[in-house]
Design a protein around this ligand. Structure first.
Ligand code: ZN
Length: 285
């Protein structure tokens, strides 16, 4: 092969190699671009999904705090026939958090209340439980004391029950049986209308949902709640647990289970399950 010809071949090899390397680089770049584009799309999708999830979960937390209960619950527990002292789902609340000599709460409710108590304390607000878990037998003694008193002033059985039901439950129909309810600071509506009571109520309205608590007996409003007890500014329910118990109550309990106390036959006539047990704020469910 003569020199110029060999030179031309080398030149062609160089040009070919150059073009080939350009193609390879281009392919790689395309690959990189495609890969990074894919990655971006994945990132965007993931961000969107997680943003959506976090918006949803904060909304959920406000309206429906996370459900945690999964163990099966029996009828006798739901209607309050339980001894809190011997049931491991309940704990004695430390004295600094309540006003009674002994106070039981459902375990997770107690933990959530303590978290809320601390947060309130940091904001200069004092929250004390004035009533927590109350079983069938203590509700029976409250109910019958009021029933007997009203009988003595001549009220008919139905008017008697309706009067008590403004603020107190029939045994076997009280959410307090479940240990998920706390009455806070005072049982008088007027207490929460001014002074410390108003500050405490305002704080609870603003913050209680962050700890899973909701005011189940809100004021009567067409689109929220039209039946059941009067507004109770003091009564707050730990929804992650109580929502589950209400579901189970509706599934398992019937009027024949509500018995054994003065006036118990009126439960059906007064639609206790539909209008009182389920007469809670729609924002708490
Ligand atoms: Zn209460």
């Amino acid at each position: 092969m003569n020199y110029p010809k060999r030179n031309k071949i080398i030149q062609l090899i160089y040009i070919f190699t150059f073009i080939l390397s350009l193609l390879v680089i281009n392919c790689n770049n395309n690959g990189n671009i495609n890969n990074s584009l894919k990655q971006n799309i994945v990132n965007i999708l993931e961000e969107k999904t997680s943003a959506h999830k976090s918006i949803q979960s904060s909304k959920e937390r406000k309206k429906h705090p996370q459900k945690t209960q999964s163990t099966p619950i029996g009828k006798s527990f739901l209607i309050g026939k339980i001894d809190y002292a011997s049931d491991t789902s309940f704990v004695l609340l430390d004295k600094k958090y309540h006003t009674k000599s002994l106070m039981y709460l459902e375990k997770e409710t107690a933990k959530a209340f303590i978290r809320m108590y601390q947060a309130a304390k940091n904001d200069g607000i004092n929250l004390l439980v004035v009533s927590g878990a109350r079983n069938y037998y203590s509700q029976k003694s409250i109910w019958e004391r009021k029933f007997n008193r009203n009988l003595q002033v001549g009220l008919s059985p139905i008017d008697n029950a309706i009067k008590i039901l403004k603020y107190s439950s029939m045994p076997s129909t009280s959410r307090h049986h479940w240990g998920t309810e706390v009455d806070i600071n005072n049982l008088e509506p007027s207490y929460f209308e001014s002074g410390n009571g108003k500050l405490e109520y305002d704080w609870l309205n603003k913050n209680a949902h962050k700890f899973g608590f909701c005011q189940v007996y809100s004021k009567f409003e067409e689109k929220d709640r039209t039946t059941g007890y009067q507004k109770e500014a003091w009564h707050w329910s730990y929804i992650p647990k109580s929502r589950y118990f209400l579901d189970k109550y509706n599934e398992l309990v019937d009027y024949e289970d509500i018995n054994g106390f003065l006036g118990s036959l009126l439960a059906k006539e007064l639609n206790m399950i539909e209008e009182y047990v389920n007469g809670i704020s729609s924002t708490c469910y």
